[in-house]
Every structure is written in structure tokens, then in C-alpha cells.
Design a protein around this ligand. Structure first.
Ligand code: KG4
Ligand code: ZN
Length: 321
């Protein structure tokens, strides 16, 4: 068995996965640090790096064990090199280099965003380009024209001018008193609310770009204007209306592309209202929407592998080149 070992440490998930070259997931381990960062209301980069250092080896061990594999079965190491938190990325990149160097394996440097798109190339979905892809996560909101499985075959049609969609969910959740990261908690709370109760406007920007920063201000005012005794009773309505505004903005732009084949990936693609609003779109499986290493190993199948020792000079990058 020759398999790919994927490693992902770009933000606050320490993840490792074993994936075959045909795109079958043998194991995927994600250790979330969310609880560690919750008390700060967001990811603290230095805390994340230190936790990645502690977790990266046990998580890799668990991924190998879960796949009933050993390092003898691995022929390729795939690692997220960016974009993300630089200290966090360096932990994964260093671990990948050390493993590849010790075992004389090939190493593939993967762009995190390519990884999210490549979550669609794993079995059983195995989606074939061309398609239009909405990538919505905590750090990015991108509308992509995917012509090829290689990252070079993907171009950006639109992006956010300010906050990412996931960031809008997280900031809204915080205003509603939900713990960090609030996206999935807001999703759950919204199911009990009336999405028409409040009208939260989303800025209309030209072309296929997005803007979410004004939205959280309208929620802030709505929350502030409510007597504290009423806030609790209206939280679900506020959540549902706020979620509706974000989802409408995303769906509007997707529809404006006129694309016949649409796919959605990234943490926000786990949102139930978004999934329901795009019933014909191919959505990444829930466990592959939020950060994981299976998608990184998947992307490595369509990227250039570096041979030993060329990868020793590989560096991490914080933002998209
Ligand atoms: O892709 P991801 O794990 O990390 C980044 O690459 O940023 O996305 C995380 C984001 C967070 O903002 C989180 O709140 C959001 O995805 N998210 C959701 C849901 N699940 C995760 N947002 C809305 N509804 C959800 N069900
Ligand atoms: Zn991500």
C-alpha cells in the first residue's frame, strides 16, 4: 500500500490524514483547539503554535494507526504551507520536512485553499471540473472558476472586500453571546428562529465581490436597542435573520455567475441554511468542510511533489501570494 500522509496546522486544528492516491480516505484525525481559544474569543496565534507542537506527533500517530498503516506505507507527505498563521504553519511544515527527510519521501507543499477545493476530489464525491466553487471559511470568501484539479487551473471570480463569511458568523455569534467559534452554534440557534423577523441589509458591491463588515454593525444595533430582558427571547430570531442575510449574499453571487455546475466548500459550507438554499450544488461532506488533513492530502495528488532534499528550503507563507 502506498499512501499519502496529509498534515494541516494552518489555524487552530491540528490534523493528519491518510489518503490513497486514488482519493480514498483511510483515516482523518482532527484535534480542534477551539476550547483552548474560546476564553479569548478568537485564536491566539502563539497559543495555537505551542499546542500544534504538542499535538502534531500524536495526531500523526493516530492517523497512521487509524489507517492500519505505518510510515513504511507512506510514499508522499503533504503539508499546508499557507495561507494561515505563520507560527502554526511552521509546526506542520517542520514536522513534514523531518518525516520526509528521515524516510526519504516525497513532499508536496499544499495551498490551504486548494485543499478546501480538493475536498471535492475525494471519494465518493470525486467531482470532475469544470465547476464554479464557493469557498467560504473563517479566513476566506472566494468565488472560483475551477477548470482543472491543479491549483493553476483555478481563477478567482470574486472575493470579500472586508470580513470573510465565517468571520461574519463568528462575530455575529459573539454578539449573541454564543461561544467561539460561533458559526455552528449560530446555525443551531437559528433553526428555532424566524428569518424574516429582522431585516439585516448586506452591502451590495459591484461585480461578484462580497462585503460583510456592515452586517455585524446592524446586528450590534439591533442587540443594543433591545431591553436586556427581551434579548433572550429574541436571540433565535436575531440569529435566523442574521444567518439569512449572510446566506442570501452568498447565494446571490453564486447565482449571478450563471454557472450550471456549482460546488460549496469550507467551514461555512457546513451551514444548514446555505446547503438548503443551494439544493443543486455539490456540497463537501460535513466532516470535510471545516479544516482537516484529508483535503490537504487530496490536493497533493494534483500538485508538484518535491524530491529530497529540494524541499528542505520550503517555507511557510502567511497570506496568499
Ligand atoms: O474552513 P474552516 O474550518 O477554517 C478556515 O479555513 O477558516 O472554517 C471555519 C469557519 C468558522 O468561521 C466557523 O464559524 C464557520 O467556518 N462554520 C460555520 C458552520 N460551521 C463552521 N458557519 C456557519 N454555519 C456552520 N454550520
Ligand atoms: Zn480552512
Amino acid at each position: 500500500m502506498a499512501v499519502i500522509l496529509g498534515i494541516e496546522t494552518s489555524c487552530d486544528e491540528t490534523a493528519a490524514a491518510v489518503v490513497t492516491h486514488e482519493g480514498e480516505i483511510r483515516s482523518s484525525i482532527v484535534s480542534s483547539q477551539a476550547a483552548l481559544h474560546a476564553k479569548y474569543g478568537g485564536v491566539v496565534p502563539e497559543v495555537a503554535s505551542r499546542r500544534h507542537l504538542e499535538l502534531v506527533t500524536p495526531v500523526i500517530r493516530e492517523a497512521l494507526a487509524g489507517a492500519s498503516a505505518t510510515l513504511d506505507d507512506v510514499d508522499t507527505v503533504a503539508v499546508t504551507a499557507g495561507p494561515g498563521l505563520i507560527g502554526a504553519l511552521l509546526v506542520g511544515v517542520s514536522a513534514a520536512k523531518a518525516l520526509a527527510w528521515a524516510r526519504r519521501l516525497r513532499l508536496v507543499s499544499v495551498d490551504h485553499l486548494h485543499g478546501h477545493v480538493a475536498s471535492l476530489y475525494l471519494r465518493p464525491i470525486d467531482l470532475e471540473p469544470p465547476f464554479t466553487c464557493l469557498l467560504a471559511s473563517g479566513g476566506h470568501t472566494l468565488l472560483l472558476d475551477v477548470r482543472d484539479r491543479a491549483w493553476e487551473g483555478v481563477s478567482v471570480l470574486g472575493t470579500t472586500l472586508d470580513d470573510a463569511a465565517g468571520e461574519a458568523f463568528d462575530k455575529g455569534a459573539r454578539l449573541l453571546g454564543l461561544p467561539y467559534p460561533g458559526g455552528s452554534a449560530l446555525d443551531r440557534l437559528a433553526r428555532d428562529g424566524d428569518p424574516e423577523a429582522y431585516s439585516f441589509p448586506v452591502a451590495r458591491v459591484p461585480g461578484l465581490d462580497f462585503s460583510f463588515s456592515g452586517l455585524k454593525t446592524s446586528l450590534l444595533y439591533a442587540v443594543r436597542d433591545l431591553p436586556p430582558t427581551e434579548l433572550d427571547a429574541r436571540r433565535a430570531d436575531l440569529a435566523a435573520s442574521y444567518e439569512r442575510a449572510i446566506v442570501r449574499a452568498l447565494v446571490d453571487r453564486v447565482e449571478a455567475t450563471g454557472a450550471g455546475r456549482v460546488a460549496i466548500v469550507g467551514g461555512v459550507a457546513a451551514n444548514s441554511e446555505l446547503r438548503a438554499s443551494l439544493p443543486d450544488a455539490v456540497a463537501a461532506p460535513l466532516q470535510l468542510c471545516t479544516d482537516n488533513a484529508a483535503m490537504i492530502a487530496s490536493a497533493a495528488r494534483y500538485a508538484q511533489a518535491l524530491d529530497s532534499p529540494a524541499y528542505l528550503t520550503l517555507d511557510a507563507y502567511a497570506s496568499a501570494a
